[in-house]
Design a protein around this ligand. Structure first.
Ligand SMILES: [Zn+2]
Length: 169
């Protein structure tokens, strides 16, 4: 197992659409293990494969720090097949450091995908799990929280990033 580097905005891979996984093989299983380790190392509650540079549709989640009834989860080829309600949720992202923004999300979602064993999974989610699922699936579609906020806020963030980089140089 290994802690992988998390790609940061504006890395181009974060903007690309990830591919469906057709076969869950040894490589995918190893990727998932590394993603889990990377997520825990960064104190995140979710991670999409493209955040570690692999553009395949796989996500890992562990929202138990916020909802203790939930556990570690892997979902292969996740898709939302039903959604309901609307909610403003303040989110951060491991790929978008120092950014905490209110994002519009659905309150409840029904998720369909596959387990790491290749079995079909389908379940309803609400609360933090529903929000985290939407955030990670956004990643698989090349979307970041920056794409869900106003152009002005995005510009402010870009400027902040630029200043930070200048300071570091
Ligand atoms: Zn993220």
């Amino acid at each position: 197992m290994a802690v992988l580097e998390i790609l940061k905005y504006p890395h181009p891979l974060l903007k690309s659409r990830s591919q469906e996984i057709e076969k869950i093989d040894e490589n995918i299983r190893k990727l998932i293990q590394d993603m889990a380790e990377t997520m825990y190392d960064a104190n995140g509650v979710g991670l999409a494969a493209c955040q570690v540079g692999v553009c395949q549709r796989a996500i890992v989640l562990d929202v138990s720090p916020i909802d203790p009834e939930k556990d570690f989860m892997v979902i292969i080829n996740p898709e939302i097949v039903f959604e309901e309600g609307e909610i403003d949720h303040e989110e951060g992202c491991l790929s978008v450091p120092d950014c905490l923004e209110k994002v519009k999300r659905k309150e409840k979602v029904r998720l369909r995908g596959a387990s790491l064993e290749g079995e079909k999974v389908e379940f309803d989610a609400e609360g933090i799990l529903a929000l985290a699922l939407q955030h990670e699936i956004d990643h698989l579609n090349g979307k970041l929280i920056l794409d869900r906020i106003s152009g002005l806020k995005r510009e402010i963030y870009r400027n902040k990033l630029k200043k930070k980089k200048e300071k570091e140089e």
